[in-house]
Design a protein around this ligand. Sequence first.
Ligand code: HEM
Length: 151
Amino acid sequence: MTKPLSAKTIFIVKSTGTALQQHGVAITTRMYERLFENEEVKAMFDQSAQASGEQPKRLAGAILGYAQNIDKLENLSAPVARMVARHVETGVKAEHYPLVAEALLPAIRDVLGDAATDEVLNAWGEAYWFLADILIGKESEYYEERETEAA
Ligand code: HEM
């Protein structure tokens, strides 16, 4: 079971929601630049959705939705189900999550500059892993089911 988020993290993530709303697409665009330095990971993504800016928008929307609902996660069950479905289709595994964390957190710093203090980045790191653990758990259930069916 994932450790619950601290009140402080919830406070910081919610209060940085406005900055993310303003800069969300810049942050996710920068995140993908960093992430796609890994060719294997790059190949998992539909590059036309990247070029059109659709994918950075979707991810920025997801991050913002998460920041706004971090203290009422029950509101996120439909978006989470959609992410899980898309991730399972494209073969996203637990081992990919550190790569996205290592691309996202520096991207927040690249775009927000000094506003992204260590405290803010630590809070987002904790929040990222909280959501990542939920996704990883649900995705691995799917993969296990699929293996059982195939056996
Ligand atoms: C907490 C972490 C993550 C969040 C919040 C997230 C969020 C999302 C969202 C919102 C979508 C779009 C779903 C839709 O089509 O409606 C998506 C798709 C996708 N995600 Fe993630 N994701 C995360 C982690 C990862 C990781 C670790 C990988 C692996 C490198 C990954 C790879 C993908 C791919 C390949 C797609 C499909 C993109 C396409 O259509 O080209 N995601 N994700």
